[in-house]
Design a protein around this ligand. Structure first.
Ligand SMILES: [Zn+2]
Ligand SMILES: [Zn+2]
Length: 182
């Protein structure tokens, strides 16, 4: 079955999966399936940085993925990083099945501001489209309003829209057409 499997890693904001399902339904001709939440992998914690190694999350997702899963998206509320970067909004295998998105730095509270659920939803959708775009072969886009533009801080996430630009959208549609609808 060609499904997009959603895997919560640890606890999430109450409506996060619903936001992601709605966005996925708009862009991808794939049914989504919620898998049971899994625990945050202990070995991923980097006490020196107070963050979690994204690579361990990717490995854990690969292990827990159903064999027939087409794409597996992990979603977590903890802060992710890799050794060479101070943090990550998400990570994906290019044209591969696994991706992860962290909502940690998408919360206004992370920046000492009052919570804004609508803004959290928008940012979540943008980052999910970004990482899933990579799994479908999209690269970074020069259009700063496109979901595939590279965001290295939250202001750049906010400059994006909740959609792919025409060029990236066409490439995505071609990708699905090549795969016989999926
Ligand atoms: Zn990217
Ligand atoms: Zn684009």
């Amino acid at each position: 079955m060609s499904e997009l499997c959603l895997v919560p890693i640890g606890s999430l904001p109450p409506r996060a999966l619903e936001w992601i399902e709605n966005a996925a339904a708009e862009w991808f001709p794939l049914p989504t399936r919620r898998l049971p939440a899994i625990a945050i992998p202990d070995r991923a914690y980097d006490a020196k940085r107070g963050q979690y190694q994204s690579v361990e999350f990717m490995k854990t997702l690969a292990q827990c993925a159903p064999r027939d899963a087409f794409r597996v998206l992990g979603i977590t509320n903890v802060d992710l990083s890799i050794p060479m970067l101070s943090f990550l909004f998400g990570q994906a295998q290019f044209e591969g099945p696994i991706a992860v998105v962290s909502l940690c730095r998408l919360h206004q509270e992370f920046y000492g501001l009052p919570a804004q659920e609508a803004l959290l939803r928008e940012r979540t959708v943008k980052e999910v489209l970004h990482e899933l775009g990579h799994t479908f072969g999209l690269v970074h886009c020069a259009d700063s309003t496109c979901a595939m533009s590279l965001a290295t801080h939250i202001e750049l996430v906010d400059s994006k829209t909740e959609k792919y630009c025409a060029r990236c959208g066409t490439q995505l549609a071609q990708r699905f057409a090549r795969n016989g609808g999926v």
